[in-house]
Design a protein around this ligand. Structure first.
Ligand code: SAH
Ligand code: F3S
Length: 431
């Protein structure tokens, strides 16, 4: 019996690639196992966005070397680190059987047949077989609409690891959405590195048009998308969100820095003022929106003054959620040439201050739900307490609540919020 074990790091695009790999393997007669010791094929689907992610992969490969001596499993390294390091992975860990970049997920047969030990191209036709997707959630489906990235932010490895930007045809996306709905997925999340740069290669229709079309597919109860680039926020996107109640009132809009000087050096294509203006435009149309963001601290040459600008921008926007990281130099990226490294202790201190500020804003937002009855899309039992049910609000907060577990998964329930917890809300379903 051919069996496989797959381990995934990184973002949703990688999670989705793992679902594609897993589905493809099942079609080819493999059975998925949760114990790597029982696997004849082990896949590591890797991330290389920051150095830490990269280090973890190499230490895992060290462990697998020992395992392979016992089980003789075939080992494949996939994902962004595979693309970034290519042959060097095999040089460093010769017990790895193949290395395959994100452009090759649709080419399993060739790879399993041993035709390529190192597969790093981005083929013109990126095969995309959504019928073979092994979706892990019963209520939610991820749907890729655009692959790669053309933005070339100076700190970022993604344009190297994920290739040039390619949008999928409009009709293909809609077909996949309809197929997902037919299998009970009431929630759709559209994915791309810069999802709102979408443009149909055949008809030229933009992201706003696609959002509206997907939102109008019968049976889509909730529509989300990730990640939007601030310079690509168009009026058509805002109008589509405003006019469709089933589009999540949540927008992840990575700012990276509040200093226009740093943003220029990052090549983010917007200034502080432009970002704030974009936030204002969206809020004017959708006042209840929950904004989340990404911030990098300690980018080369970031001064105290630059960092204070980030703090004041965060204070002004009051993001509900934030992912913040210390700058991590990535091989071959333009930011390496800037020099001017920020002292690690200073970067750590900045990160701590930023998190403290952000905690206050998150708390304010979470506390504002107390006593209110909010619609929640029911996803299943709570992860930490099987007695409780779990779901998400329109604006993407996790709610754990008491209620009748017999209601169908994917139902929209009214939940009275009793308590705000660290990252989540707690309450009880009401009739
Ligand atoms: N396409 C998305 C995701 C990019 S990677 C976007 O446009 O935002 C996700 C986040 O990782 C980025 O938003 C950035 O905040 C962070 N990141 C990317 N490269 C980094 C680096 N070299 N060091 C630290 N953080 C980085
Ligand atoms: Fe990276 Fe910038 Fe694209 S952060 S993914 S190069 S928009």
């Amino acid at each position: 019996m051919k069996t496989f074990f797959i381990e995934t790091w990184g973002c949703q695009m990688n999670e989705l690639d793992s679902q594609r790999l897993s589905g493809g393997l099942k079609l080819r007669g493999y059975k998925r196992v949760d114990d790597e010791r029982a696997a004849s094929l082990i896949l590591l689907n890797t991330c290389s966005i920051r150095d830490k992610a990269e280090q973890k992969v190499f230490s895992r490969l060290g462990e697998l070397r020992e395992l392979k001596k016992e089980t003789a499993a075939q080992i494949g390294v996939c994902g962004c680190l595979a693309q970034q390091e290519g042959q060097r992975i095999i040089d460093r860990a010769p017990w790895v059987d193949f290395v395959m970049g994100p452009g090759n997920v649709g080419y399993l047969d060739e790879i399993l047949a041993g035709e390529h030990r190192v597969a790093l191209e981005f083929p013109e036709d990126r095969r995309y077989d959504y019928d073979a997707l092994d979706r892990t959630s019963a209520t939610k489906a991820w749907v890729t609409i655009i692959e790669g990235c053309n933005k070339n932010c100076t700190f970022c490895i993604v344009p190297t690891t994920r290739g040039r930007e390619v949008s999928r045809p409009f009709e293909g996306v809609l077909q996949e959405v309809r197929a997902a709905v037919a299998t009970g997925r009431v929630e759709i999340e559209l994915l791309g590195q810069t999802v709102n740069a979408y443009r149909c290669p055949q008809s030229g229709r933009d992201f706003g048009a696609l959002l509206s079309a997907v939102a109008e597919v019968e049976g889509v109860n909730r529509l989300r998308f990730m990640t939007s680039h601030p310079a690509e926020v168009s009026d058509s996107m805002i109008v589509a969100m405003r006019d469709h109640a089933n589009i999540s009132r949540y927008l992840h809009l990575p700012v990276q820095s509040g200093s226009s000087r740093v943003l220029r050096r990052m090549k983010r294509l917007y200034s502080r003022e432009k970002y704030l203006e974009t936030i204002g435009r969206i809020r004017a149309a959708i006042p209840e929106i929950h904004f989340s963001t990404d911030v990098i601290v300690g980018f080369p040459g970031e001064t105290d003054e630059d960092f204070e600008q980030t703090m004041s921008l965060v204070e002004e926007v009051r993001f509900g959620s934030m992912f913040a990281f210390k700058y991590s130099p990535r091989p071959g990226t333009p930011a390496l040439k800037i020099g001017e490294p920020v002292d690690d202790a200073i970067a750590s201190e900045r990160l701590t201050r930023l998190f403290e500020l952000q905690e206050r804003h998150k708390r304010e937002r979470l506390e504002s739900y107390r006593g209110r009855v909010v619609p929640v899309l029911y996803e299943g039992p709570s992860r930490h307490d099987p007695e409780m049910l779990s779901g998400r609000t329109d604006d993407n907060w996790v709610v754990n609540f008491r209620g009748d577990a017999r209601v169908p998964l994917g139902s929209m329930l009214g939940v009275r919020i009793e308590q705000a917890q660290h990252h989540t809300l707690r309450g009880e379903a009401v009739a």
